[in-house]
Design a protein around this ligand. Structure first.
Ligand SMILES: [Zn+2]
Length: 250
C-alpha cells in the first residue's frame, strides 16, 4: 500500500500526469452531464386509456374527436408520418393509417372551410391533424430542437387534436395548388411573410390563410401549412393510437 501511495503521489506531482488526470476528470464530467441533459425528456401525462377518454367526453362533449372524412366528404389525406416521406425519413404512424382526427369544434370549422373552397372548385389535403403524444416524444428524441418540433414538456396542438397541417387542391384534377414550399420545409420561405416567391404561390398561400381565418383558425407565422384552433389548453393531450380512436368512433 505504501508503495502504491508513493507512486500515486509521485505521479501527481509530475506536471504532465497531473494535468492529464484533471483534464480527463473534467472531460468525463462534462460529457456525462451534457449527455444526461440531452436524453432527459420531461413528459406530460396524456390520456392513454380508452376508458379515461370516454369519461372525459362524457363530462365535456367538446372533447369529442371527429374523423374528418365523416364530416368532409371530398377531403384528401396524405398522412406523411404514415410513410417515410417526411422530414425525419422515418415512418412514425402505423403503415396504411388512413384516418385522422380533430376535436369537434375545429372539425366543424374545417368542414365550413371545405364548403367555402368548394364554391371555388377547390378542396383540402391533410398532411397531419391529431398526432398521438408518443409521436411528439419520438420527434423530440430524433430532432431535439424547439424551432422544428414541439417540446414534449408542453405537448402540441396536434396532440390535443386542435391543429392541422394542410394545403389546397384543385377538386377537378385532385392536384395540389402551387405553394411557397413543400410540407415541413423549415426554411424562411415557409414563413407567411416570405415575399421572394412568385405571385401565384403567394396568392394560394393567402387564400388558404384567409379561408382558415374566416372560420376561426389561427395561422402560424413560420409554417404556411399549420393552423390551430384557439384555446387549445382547454383540450387534454391524448396518447390514443389511431386504432384505438377508430374502434371508439367508427
Ligand atoms: Zn403542424
Amino acid at each position: 500500500m505504501q508503495l502504491i501511495r508513493i507512486i500515486l503521489v509521485a505521479s501527481f506531482n509530475h506536471r504532465f500526469v497531473k494535468y492529464t488526470i484533471i483534464t480527463t476528470v473534467f472531460f468525463i464530467l462534462f460529457t456525462t452531464m451534457g449527455w444526461g441533459q440531452q436524453k432527459k425528456i420531461v413528459k406530460l401525462k396524456p390520456i392513454k386509456e380508452k376508458s379515461s377518454f370516454h369519461a372525459l367526453v362524457k363530462l365535456d362533449t367538446l372533447q369529442t374527436m371527429v374523423e374528418l372524412k365523416s364530416l368532409i366528404h371530398n377531403v384528401q389525406y396524405e398522412l406523411r408520418y404514415a410513410s417515410k416521406h417526411n422530414f425525419t425519413r422515418k415512418r412514425l404512424y402505423p403503415r396504411n393509417t388512413n384516418t385522422t382526427y380533430l376535436r369537434l369544434n375545429p372539425a366543424l370549422a374545417l368542414a365550413k372551410v371545405a364548403e367555402d373552397l368548394k364554391e371555388k372548385g377547390l378542396g383540402i389535403k391533410i398532411w397531419d391533424a391529431y398526432r398521438p403524444y408518443r409521436t411528439t416524444v419520438r420527434f423530440w428524441e430524433l430532432i431535439h430542437d424547439e424551432r422544428f418540433v414541439a417540446n414534449p414538456s408542453k405537448g402540441s396542438g396536434h396532440n390535443r387534436g386542435t391543429s392541422v397541417d394542410l394545403t389546397l387542391v384543385d377538386l377537378r384534377t385532385g392536384k395540389e395548388l402551387a405553394m411557397p414550399t413543400p410540407y415541413d420545409d423549415f426554411s424562411t420561405a415557409a414563413f407567411h411573410g416570405a415575399t421572394n416567391i412568385d405571385d401565384v404561390r403567394i396568392r394560394n398561400r393567402l387564400l388558404l390563410r384567409t379561408t382558415m381565418e374566416k372560420f376561426g383558425f389561427v395561422a402560424l407565422e413560420t409554417e404556411w401549412w399549420h393552423y390551430s384552433w384557439p384555446g387549445a389548453s382547454a383540450y387534454e393531450v391524448l396518447d390514443l393510437s389511431f386504432t384505438a380512436l377508430r374502434s371508439m368512433i367508427q
